[in-house]
Design a protein around this ligand. Sequence first.
Ligand SMILES: [Ca+2]
Length: 166
Amino acid sequence: MPSATEQKTGTANISYTIRPPIPPEVSFTTLTNNATVSGTKAISANATDDKSVNRVEFYIDGVKKHTDYGAPYTWSWDTTSYSEGTHTVKVVAYDGDGKSSYQQYSVNVNNLGSSSPGISEGEGEDAAPNEGRLIIYVVVGVVIVIVVVLVSIFKISRGKPEEARG
Ligand SMILES: [Ca+2]
């Protein structure tokens, strides 16, 4: 049976390798671990894959807040709606095979401390009095000019009768 022999030979020569899907890699690009954040913080991630990255998801304290389907993978996190103190920020990248990987950092939300909000309030308090002072200076200046002019006119008008008398 020559055909059966051929089939056996053929089968023996076939070889191939099954490779498991390779998960993507993801990392924060603008955030550092244990960073202090305030206001609106831009969270950016770099994601790569052997085939293609499907999406990157952004999590705060384990709650998904945003999904970005195209690079650059970014999300603006409004930290003012979160309590002061430690929170976790996580980015998860998925590839087309459903494989995923993540990176997670701890950050310190500080919107009430001695950071930028306090400084901006101080600038605001300084700005208004400066405007008020400027107005006062202008008014005082105008009043002084008017008084000087009136005094001059008064002296002239007093001087004339004296000259007329003398
Ligand atoms: Ca992959």
